[in-house]
Design a protein around this ligand. Structure first.
Ligand code: ZN
Length: 246
């Protein structure tokens, strides 16, 4: 029985088989994220959860053309290893896992794979898309979902004018809109903590991001940002698949 489910890991083999038989799921989205520190208040899974949220909404908007593959929950996060809890893959490992996942999809008949990324550190994966496409003989592309926003758009919708930043106004707003259970302000008192931040580039920014999250993030902003990202990614996916969603 065909259902409205588009998330691969929620489907049975029978359901996947029947979808493919009926010509569905010619396209797939592979969400990539991270498991890494997101300041004092936001869950480690944020980048994975946000990439998945956008990807899932896109697949529903384009139903039944697009499958969402199981997200990659660990990314390239060496730069956050000083914060306990962060997990990191070496860039080559990360690229290899992404490739093997795309190859699995290709072997099942998927013709277009869009990697929808939620963690800036995974950006280098984008350089491998020609190689992936060539080796697999299908169309594989990469984007980070915040590429949906122009400079002007960010200035209009983010009071900090900063996006994606890190665990700041943007990401916290997205979490408040899409999965508020990941935001934990209770017991957080940043200013009474003393951190010995090793990363020079981040030492100054950690408190700035924290205050932006605390003082500026709202569910409404998150909803606006998510909706725009969903529309943009859906257009990109539709374009890959040779039609338009709007
Ligand atoms: Zn993040």
């Amino acid at each position: 029985m065909i259902t409205g489910e588009t998330r691969l890991w929620k489907l049975t083999r029978k359901q996947v088989r029947e979808h493919m038989r009926d010509g569905h799921f010619k396209g797939a989205i592979l969400p990539t994220g991270s498991t890494e520190q997101h300041n004092e208040h936001l869950a480690m899974e944020h980048d994975t959860a946000s990439a998945l949220h956008v990807s899932h909404q896109v697949s529903l908007a384009l139903y039944p053309s697009v499958l969402v593959a199981t997200p990659m929950p660990v990314g390239i996060s060496e730069h956050w290893m000083e914060w306990r809890g962060t997990l990191s893959l070496r860039p080559d490992t990360f690229t290899a896992v992404a490739f093997d996942t795309c190859e699995s999809l290709q072997r099942h008949g998927v013709e277009h794979v869009l990697i929808v990324n939620g963690h800036a550190g995974n950006g280098p994966l984008g350089q491998h898309m020609d190689d992936f496409s060539q080796k697999l003989g299908i169309d594989v592309q990469f984007c980070s979902y915040w590429q949906a926003y122009s400079r002007e758009y960010v200035e209009e919708h983010m009071e900090s004018g900063d996006c994606p930043a890190h665990a700041a106004e943007f990401e916290t707003s997205v979490a408040l809109a899409a999965f508020p259970e990941n935001v934990h302000w209770q017991g957080v008192d940043y200013d009474s903590e003393s951190f010995d931040i090793q990363s020079e580039g981040y030492r100054e920014r950690d408190p700035v991001y924290h205050r932006a999250a605390r003082d500026l993030a709202t569910p409404h902003k998150g909803r606006v940002m998510v909706d725009t990202a969903v529309e943009w990614v859906a257009d990109k996916m539709s374009e890959m698949m040779g039609s338009t969603s709007s």
